[in-house]
Design a binder for this molecule. Structure first.
Ligand SMILES: C[S@@+](CC[C@H](N)C(=O)[O-])C[C@H]1O[C@@H](n2cnc3c(N)ncnc32)[C@H](O)[C@@H]1O
Length: 422
């Protein structure tokens, strides 16, 4: 199967009409809800260096600290969060939803941000050409009439050598979600038109409160209880939703001239702990798995791990060349690393719905040393004087590729910013 999968957009695939429906939906349900606190990085090089490392560039060339960043489909918080993390960069945030942008603007005002520009625009209209070192587009294109179209515009906007961070829904994570959306649309008579959430929300909430058939749908609905309304709406009432497998995502990206570089360890997978692309295989299956190329390994992992697989959240670059996981691991082993630190400023959302700066002094990484004892031992042995291979062989036998990848993830990425290549 090479086509992408859709459960609920089948009746209406006009891009402008879907944009209108999305603008209405995200005007009614601002997503995400305002963050209770936001973190500002003092060092402009900290976030770009770790981003580059995770994308396989230990020299930090792909995304410079003073680069241009586009947060495409930024919703309420993401452009603000990005401007705070990349204080040396020029950040553009765009979205269809006027209300979401107004929330972002209010936050930017509270925080006196000078490196953020916000614009109401659709990704379905051509925008920029080779203008951005980094583009972030998470949870957006799968809500469009034809996700290939916004992705092509994003690809055109990315500079040669730049890095895009893209997230689309994983088919195996959305089976109940998209099935429920389709059912509620049929029940409420709003099928194919979207927008009529006022008819759908009370009915959906009734089913969340009580769905008497034990099974995966009941479990899914039970997990919605007590969540904020925008989160419930985002799961249960989304007007348009496509979801992908690794195979169909790779095909979508190929169509835009993009390649999957490496997985991005995002905040959701970090919390759930499901960020490994290694299924629990033993014996001949493990040997066969180890011989596959990166794409086939991610495919097998997704097929076997299903709801426990990581999200389809990847760094992309202009193809066709990319460095494989094993090449990046070899580079990692050859590098010397030193501990990283970044002073941060926390801004807290008050009862008056405004952000104010906390007087507390804070610093990344947090916790200051890795929680995992084995990872901690590696961290504590890195002082910039020896290569990672020397550090690891001093601690024991050199681990295999899967374990090296795990160490790389838990030590050198934005989610675990402990070590920087010197
Ligand atoms: C689920 S929210 C994700 C927001 C943000 N990217 C994040 O991860 O927090 C989807 C956002 O994409 C926006 N969106 C959807 N289609 C769009 C398009 N064609 N152009 C611009 N924004 C779009 C919606 O208005 C909404 O704010």
């Amino acid at each position: 199967m090479t086509d992408y999968l859709s459960f609920n957009a089948a009746e209406n695939l006009d891009a402008a009409e879907i944009d209108r429906i999305n603008a209405e939906f995200y005007g009614r349900f601002n997503y995400p809800w305002r963050a209770p606190s936001l973190t500002q990085y003092r060092d402009p090089a900290f976030a770009p260096r770790f981003l580059c490392q995770e994308a396989g560039d230990f020299d930090g060339r792909a995304v410079p600290p003073d680069g241009d960043i586009w947060v495409a489909g930024c919703g309420t918080n993401q452009a603000v969060i990005t401007a705070l993390r990349f204080p040396g960069a020029r950040v553009l945030g765009t979205d269809l939803s006027e209300r979401s942008l107004a929330v972002a603007e209010a936050s930017a005002r509270d925080l006196a941000l000078t490196n953020l520009r916000l614009e109401q625009a659709s990704l379905n209209a051509p925008h920029h050409v080779a203008a951005f070192d980094h583009i972030i587009c998470t949870g957006v294109i799968h809500h469009n009439a034809d996700p290939a179209r916004p992705l092509a515009h994003l690809a055109r906007a990315l500079k040669p050598g730049g890095v895009m961070e893209l997230m689309v829904y994983n088919y195996y994570h959305r089976i109940q979600t998209t099935a429920f959306q389709k059912a509620i649309r049929l029940l409420s008579g709003t099928h194919g038109r979207g927008g009529l959430v006022e008819a759908e929300l009370p009915m959906a909430l009734e089913m969340v409160a009580d769905f008497a058939l034990p099974g995966s749908m009941a479990d899914f609905l039970a997990r919605q209880r007590g969540l904020p309304e925008p989160a419930v709406a985002d799961s249960l009432l989304q007007p348009v939703e496509f979801s992908y497998t690794v195979e169909t995502l790779a095909a979508l990206c190929r169509g835009a001239g993009l390649v999957l570089l490496h997985p991005c360890l995002n905040q959701f997978d970090k919390i759930s702990g499901d960020f490994s692309w290694e299924p629990p295989l033993y014996g001949t299956a493990a040997t066969a798995f180890g011989r596959l190329d990166d794409l086939a390994r991610w495919q097998v992992a997704n097929l076997l791990m299903q709801e426990r697989a990581p999200m389809l959240w990847f760094y992309l670059g202009h193809g066709p060349a990319r460095r494989s996981r094993d090449e990046v691991n070899a580079d990692f082993l050859g590098r010397r690393f030193r501990p990283a630190q970044c002073d941060t400023q926390i801004h807290v959302l008050g009862a008056d719905d405004r952000y104010t700066s906390s007087p507390r002094r804070t610093r990344l990484p947090a916790p200051a040393v890795p929680a995992d004892p084995q990872v901690r031992a590696v961290f504590q042995a890195c002082d910039g004087s020896r290569s990672m291979a020397e550090v690891l062989s001093h601690l024991g036998p050199l681990p295999g590729e899967a374990e090296i990848t795990r160490l790389r993830q838990l030590l050198t990425t934005p989610a675990f910013p402990y070590l920087l290549a010197s």
